[in-house]
Write a protein that binds this ligand. Structure first.
Ligand code: XMP
Length: 511
């Protein structure tokens, strides 16, 4: 990569968004924690520019993240955002002040002065603020380039050293001209050309891996999810028949999903695919288990065992390929927060199987970039735009003990729900939807006879990031149709309820 920007992470909540915005402007950006990189490494890496991110601290806190001020003397342009802006002020000898009465949250009117950072933006505009601390005295050489009614220095710059600091967040869409500012920084200040694109990515990766993996046999665990599917299609382009994909069908997939994966990869792409139908093995292990975390643990472990067995039968394998993506790379390592669910994707394999090498062709990409690559590689839409599906599959959507009979009921009900929502199309702003088979049975009546069947719950949520989610206000007409179809078509389900809880306090999945 010739041209790249460093997003130096001080713990802010929008850090991934900053990197994505920069990449959308066709400049490659990578995120590094301030504690994992030194000034010497920054210099050696040849970054065209550096962005200091926001962060939750005050610069004078004992535990506040700081960085070697020498970074400001490398001759590399720097843009500090929020905490990053205050840190520049602090590092360069200015003062930062904390005052509750001058804190600003939300959309705020911004007055800008003459600066290349604000080129092609009006002098009165709205920005997004989220701060209590502010820059009280600019360091030597820095002049104020923007202010708000509450904040005398909303942005400052030492233009001769190409150092910029903004108190607001240009990366969020509420900052009207935020993109233009980032673009000014990248192209006007850092001198970037903007050469990062998905076409180049595919070409470069295929080129790189066809050389690197020449003559080697590559094994990939394909789950049918977006990441491993795109990794498979990409690597197949690079190494052709030397790629073998193992698809462990744990029997916990949705209706027809296993066959769809098999058809796509074996028939359409001509990839060597081994499908292991391991439903019995998984159900045996899950027999009598009702605790969700235990289910997850059992499935994760069993997945590795099955994969090991198959890998052992394949003869020589040189390389293990994985569909790790950039957020996985960034997020592994941090992890102080409480475990609500142990979201493993069945994929933690390398510890148990000996390979010479591991390749992760998507480890630089964000999810939306992975999807673009998938589309360009010709993967079907259903796969590229597939909604998230938990690694442990329907096992966490059958409440209580998982049995083949309950799975069959759930699959049918879930398929009907999905069919009806897909028929309604894009008009419904819904991010994820599925059915849950509750462990509750209730009395019903059919014809003149009493029935006693399961209750199915429908769940549909709207969210950007799945950290929080709203329950989706689906039209009654759709709910009515789904309910009537399920109770008519799925023998054994006699009651349908709709989950109207948001996250928090509930989670998206029931288990
Ligand atoms: P929750 O239920 O935690 O779900 O609100 C947030 C998102 O994560 C998915 N999810 C999982 N994904 N393994 C996964 O790979 C898991 O064990 C798991 N549990 C939940 C869930 O579908 C939603 O998209």
């Amino acid at each position: 990569m010739d041209e790249k920007i460093l997003v130096l992470d001080f713990g802010g909540q929008y850090n991934q968004l900053i990197a994505r915005r920069i990449r959308e402007l066709h400049v490659y950006a990578e995120i590094k924690s301030y504690s994992k990189i030194t000034v010497q490494e920054i210099k050696a890496a040849g970054y065209k520019g550096i962005v200091f991110t926001g962060g939750p601290n005050s610069v004078y806190d004992a535990s506040a993240p700081h960085f070697d001020p020498a970074v400001l003397n490398l001759g590399i342009p720097v843009l500090g955002i929020c905490y990053g802006a205050q840190l520049i002020a602090y590092m360069a000898g200015g003062t930062v002040c904390s005052a509750e009465d001058s804190s600003e949250y939300g959309k705020t009117a911004l007055h800008t002065l003459d600066s290349i950072l604000f080129k092609d933006t009006p002098s009165e505009q709205f920005c997004w603020m989220s701060h209590t601390d502010f820059i009280l005295n600019n360091p030597n050489g820095f002049s104020t380039i923007a202010y708000t009614d509450n904040c005398p220095c909303a942005a400052m710059a030492d233009e001769s050293r190409k150092l910029y600091a903004v108190q607001f967040h240009p990366e969020v869409t509420h900052t009207e001209y935020g993109n233009q500012m980032l673009s000014n920084f990248l192209f006007g200040i850092c001198g970037c050309i903007g050469e990062w694109s998905m076409d180049d990515f595919i070409e470069r990766s295929v080129d790189e891996y066809s050389r690197k993996l020449k003559g080697k046999r590559v094994l990939l665990a394909l789950s049918g999810g977006v990441d491993s599917s795109v990794a498979a299609a990409l690597l197949h382009k690079a190494v052709g028949d030397n790629l073998v994909c193992v698809f462990v069908d744990h029997g916990l997939l949705r209706k027809n999903e296993g066959d769809f994966v098999e058809q796509t990869f074996r028939d359409r792409f001509g990839i060597e695919l081994i499908r292991v139908n391991a439903e019995k093995r998984f159900l045996q292990k899950l027999s009598g288990v009702t605790d969700p975390e235990q289910k997850r643990r059992i499935i994760g472990e069993e997945f590795i065992r099955v994969f090991e067995d198959i890998a052992g039968q394949l003869g020589r394998i040189d390389v293990l390929a994985q569909g790790t993506i950039y957020p996985d790379v960034i997020e592994s390592g941090s992890g102080d927060s409480a475990v609500i669910k142990s979201h493993h994707n069945v994929g933690g394999l390398p510890d148990v199987i000996a390979f010479d090498e591991i390749v992760e062709p998507l480890r630089e990409l964000f999810k939306d970039e992975v999807r673009k690559v998938g589309e360009k590689l010709g993967l079907p839409c259903e796969l590229v735009w597939r909604q998230p599906f938990p690694g442990p599959g329907l096992a966490v959507r059958v409440i209580g003990e998982v049995t083949a009979e309950k799975l069959a009921l759930l699959r049918e009900a879930d398929a009907i729900f999905r069919q009806e929502l897909e028929r309604a199309g894009d008009t419904l702003a819904v991010s994820q939807y599925f059915a849950v088979l509750t462990d509750l049975r209730s009395v019903g009546v059919m014809g003149d006879a009493r029935t006693y069947g399961y209750t199915v719950a429908l769940r549909a949520v709207t969210t950007d990031d799945f950290m929080t989610a709203e329950w989706t206000q689906l039209p009654y007409g759709i709910l009515e149709c789904v309910s009537s179809r399920i109770t008519n078509e799925v023998r054994g389900i006699t009651r349908v309820v709709y989950d109207i809880t948001s996250k928090p306090p509930a989670t998206v999945e029931w288990e």
